[in-house]
Design a protein around this ligand. Structure first.
Ligand code: HEM
Length: 472
């Protein structure tokens, strides 16, 4: 009690809520500049520890990783994602799901096996852009749809675009982002949960879950029908999608998931994988257009290595060191999950000398740490060169840089995401030169953000793509 971290002054009932703006990561960064890198806030009745320095993050995510491996409960996640991995309480069930992800769904070998999917989808994306060359296009729409198509194919196989299934997935994923980002009064004031019911927020989440269930039931049924009609094993050569993998693990009794939890895991992957990757790709194009010298340097590298091929292939990527540095720099300035996913303490612990009680919610402000002038030279500048020596990686071991989190709950989709981001970005800058639409100045090309659990750029990205003539 006597050794709690400093707190900004708070009001009765609402605590510190009045000091928080819609862009939570920015409000928290401003408050921690006044009250220190380890700060205790009260959001309604919820005490929350906010951590904004590498040392404090290292305490939470390394020294006390086990104690801080819980996740708080959260109304929309409880309904929409019940039994998923991202919000699962720490324990045996979470460990089982985590193993399924890291060994079976998102291992290096499995990620590698989706190479053809990525290459085909990137070719389709380039063709869609080329079809509208030299006119103003909505690049956000195109990269969203390609990212979504990759995830849909990997998770559910060769869905038929003609049936409009990809559109339904998009609608449901958008529904997830909207409802998971909304404010539920019951999460901050226990006695006001009924207001969420009254306003229909909870009903909307239940309806969305029902739509997911219907769609996934159909996908699972199609897989079951296909495997029973495929007794002679002609499908051996096909890439195994996530539903295939999970079904065969269930058949072999390697693990048994309740049908509802099976679907929650799939919804998690759709939600966790699509928006994060799309938002990063969009920010990458924004920063490259705002920084023409970086764009030029990147194009020189990609075009030299791809050597006039029409498409950059995955085997070319490992030589593209500047490309990787660009992606790292994008994720430093614009981590799509700027506050990661909140943690909760499983027991009492000490963080930076302060006594932190059990069941304390913890937010690590990765966005603020990635822009802290104490740890980064000219942090607001977009300078991929800072990553060129390769000493800072995404793997959560450097607490100045944690776009994928760190510790035992680090993002298991890291490699999956990077493989898509590298291939997609390399092809965008290889095949096309990019210009602002007529009449728009570079200075008008803003970096304003939209509030949400994931933070993306405000508005859609409109650009003009000019095909690069030397590319065959
Ligand atoms: C640029 C892309 C991505 C970023 C920046 C990102 C970021 C994150 C972050 C910050 C966390 C929380 C980590 C922590 O608590 O320490 C997380 C968790 C998670 N991510 Fe990602 N992610 C991305 C892509 C993906 C992809 C492609 C997938 C799956 C295909 C995925 C699946 C997950 C899952 C399942 C969790 C929960 C892990 C757990 O609680 O054990 N993510 N991600």
């Amino acid at each position: 009690r006597t050794n709690l971290p400093p707190s900004p002054p708070r009001l009765p009932l609402i605590g510190n809520l009045h000091q928080l703006g819609p862009l939570l990561h920015q409000s928290l960064a401003a408050l921690s500049r006044l009250h220190g890198p380890v700060m205790l806030l009260h959001r309604g009745h919820i005490p929350t520890l906010v951590v904004s320095s590498p040392d404090a993050a290292c305490d939470v995510l390394r020294h006390q990783d086990l104690v801080c491996a819980g996740r708080p409960t959260f109304t929309p996640a409880n309904i929409l994602l019940e039994g998923d991995i991202s919000f699962a309480p720490y324990g045996d069930y979470w460990r089982q799901l985590r193993r399924i992800c890291s060994v079976h769904l998102l291992s290096s070998k499995r990620v590698q096996s989706y190479r053809r999917t990525r290459e085909e989808e990137v070719a389709a994306m380039a063709a869609a852009i080329a079809a509208k060359a030299s006119t103003t296009i909505n690049l956000s729409e195109i990269i969203y749809s390609s990212t979504n198509d990759v995830i849909c194919r990997v998770v559910s196989g060769k869905f038929k675009r003609a049936e409009g299934r990809s559109r339904v997935f998009t609608e449901l994923i958008n529904g997830n982002s909207e409802l998971l980002s909304a404010v539920y009064l019951g999460d901050y004031f226990r006695w006001l949960g009924w207001v969420d019911e009254l306003l229909g927020n909870v009903t909307r989440v239940r309806k969305l879950r029902k739509r997911w269930e219907e769609l996934l039931d159909q996908v699972i049924k199609e897989h079951a029908d296909r495997s029973s009609s495929n007794i002679d094993g002609h499908d051996e050569e096909e890439e195994k999608d996530f539903v295939d993998v999970l079904m065969s693990l269930q058949e072999k009794n390697e693990f048994v998931l309740e049908p509802a939890n099976f679907k929650s895991l799939l919804i998690d992957v759709f939600g966790g994988g699509t928006d994060t990757s799309y938002i990063t790709l969009e920010w990458a194009m924004v920063e490259l257009v705002r920084n023409p010298l970086v764009m030029q340097k990147l194009q020189e590298e990609v075009r030299r290595i791809a050597n006039r091929k029409s498409l950059v292939k995955e085997e070319d990527l490992h030589q593209m060191t500047y490309l990787l540095a660009v992606i790292k720099e994008v994720l430093r300035l614009h981590p799509p999950a700027p506050l990661m996913v909140p943690r909760e303490t499983l027991n009492d612990c000490i963080i930076q000398g302060y006594s932190i009680p059990k069941k304390m919610r913890i937010i690590v402000n990765a966005w603020a740490i990635g822009r802290d002038p104490k740890h980064w030279d000219e942090p607001e500048e977009f300078r991929p060169e800072r990553f060129l020596d390769g000493s800072v990686d995404f793997n959560g071991t450097d607490f100045r840089y944690m776009p994928f989190g760190s510790g035992r709950r680090i993002c298991p989709g890291l490699q999956f995401a990077i493989s898509w981001l590298e291939l997609a970005l390399a092809n965008l800058v290889h095949q096309f030169d990019w210009e602002l639409p007529d009449g728009m100045e570079k200075e008008e090309f803003h970096t304003r953000e939209v509030p949400g659990l994931l933070v993306q750029r405000e508005g859609q990205l409109h650009l003009v793509a000019k095909p690069w003539n030397d590319c065959s």
